[in-house]
Design a protein around this ligand. Structure first.
Ligand code: ZN
Ligand code: ZN
Length: 327
């Protein structure tokens, strides 16, 4: 269980995969900033059926929660806890702050465990998620940002997932953005044979069998409906709201060359991911809340893991060092 130190090569994410922030142009400052669909999704425009059907299907399955027969308080508690376990640890902490931006270093066993939690949110493989997010940072609110809401709100929220983007058609297309990740055979294996979907399916089975063993069929299904489907849908909308809300509404601490915003609501319900303008201004920082009142539960978790000696090389916001220097 050693804590591996990243090599120089692995710490280049900011320089290699994203762009330095520039001064915003007058056109962008003046508002009315609109974008067409990303060039990588047109000529030809193709529906990505797996998502175009899969997203409504999981929403429908989650709607079974409205039927009293599928209710159990245990299911509701697992659903709420799952938002933290799978959404905050799996997506925010691992997919985003660790794998995409290398904001800290975790032991490989823990990194892989968190990545499996991320897989259980049904947000694609770590390498696919990371490549999309690095492209987003590189071209934020410009062509070919895959999910800017400046196309329209629905596009930025989840519409972009339902069309084939040449950059994420398969691993051969997006691996140029994730060479660092795919050097690890663990992440390469997740790309093969639909393994990530198998893991999600296995998690459904696990929830059912655990419930069935304790309280029979009804209890098992209540854990699946609430603990898996409802939690998946809520986690989706939390993650998606970071892509949509926080590139439209909110305040800005930094004049970044994009339309990113700090949105108080998203900051709270996404456990820190909503301080998105801060994040665009200082992408590697593991803390997204830069002011004392910008509550960032994901950062508090990383800070706790650091204090326990589990993670290290934690990157702090540059502004904190600058402010400390002023005093
Ligand atoms: Zn990011
Ligand atoms: Zn963004």
């Amino acid at each position: 269980m050693s804590t591996e130190v990243v090599s120089d090569e692995q710490t280049l994410a900011d320089d290699e995969y994203t762009t330095a922030q520039k001064e915003p142009s007058e056109e962008k400052k003046s508002g009315g900033w609109k974008l067409p669909w990303p060039e990588t999704t047109i000529d030809p425009t193709l529906i990505r059926w797996r998502y175009a059907l899969g997203i409504p299907l999981i929403h429908l399955l989650a709607c079974m929660a409205f039927l009293p027969w599928f209710f159990s308080w245990t299911g509701v508690v697992l659903s709420v806890l799952g938002l933290y376990v799978f959404g905050t640890l799996g997506v925010n902490l691992c997919y985003h702050r660790l794998l995409t931006h290398q904001g800290f270093v975790a032991p490989k066993w823990l990194e892989h465990f968190f990545a499996v939690l991320g897989v259980c949110t049904m947000q694609d493989t770590p390498a696919c998620w990371v490549s999309m997010h690095r492209i987003h940072h590189k071209y934020s609110d410009n062509q070919p940002d895959p999910h800017s809401p400046l196309v329209n709100f629905f596009w930025g929220h989840c519409g972009w997932l339902m069309y084939i983007n040449r950059d994420f058609r398969n691993v051969n297309y997006y691996q140029k953005y994730t060479r660092d990740l795919l050097r690890d055979p663990f992440y390469m294996k997740l790309e093969r044979n639909e393994r990530w979907i198998q893991i999600y399916a296995a998690s459904i089975l696990l929830f059912f069998l655990a419930g069935y063993a304790i309280g029979g069929t009804q209890f098992g299904l209540s854990l699946v409906v609430w603990g898996v489907f409802v939690r998946t849908v809520v986690t989706w909308h939390i993650t998606w709201s970071v892509n949509s809300f926080t590139h439209i509404w909110g305040y800005r601490n930094y004049e970044t060359d994009d339309n990113s915003r700090n949105n108080i609501l998203v900051g709270l319900w996404a456990n820190g991911e909503g301080w998105h303008n801060n994040h665009h201004a200082d992408q590697r920082a593991a803390a997204h809340g830069h002011k004392w009142w910008e509550l960032d539960v994901t950062w508090l978790t990383i800070r706790l893991l650091e204090k326990l000696g589990v993670v290290k090389n934690v990157v702090r916001p540059k502004i904190w060092a600058a402010n400390a220097g002023d005093k």
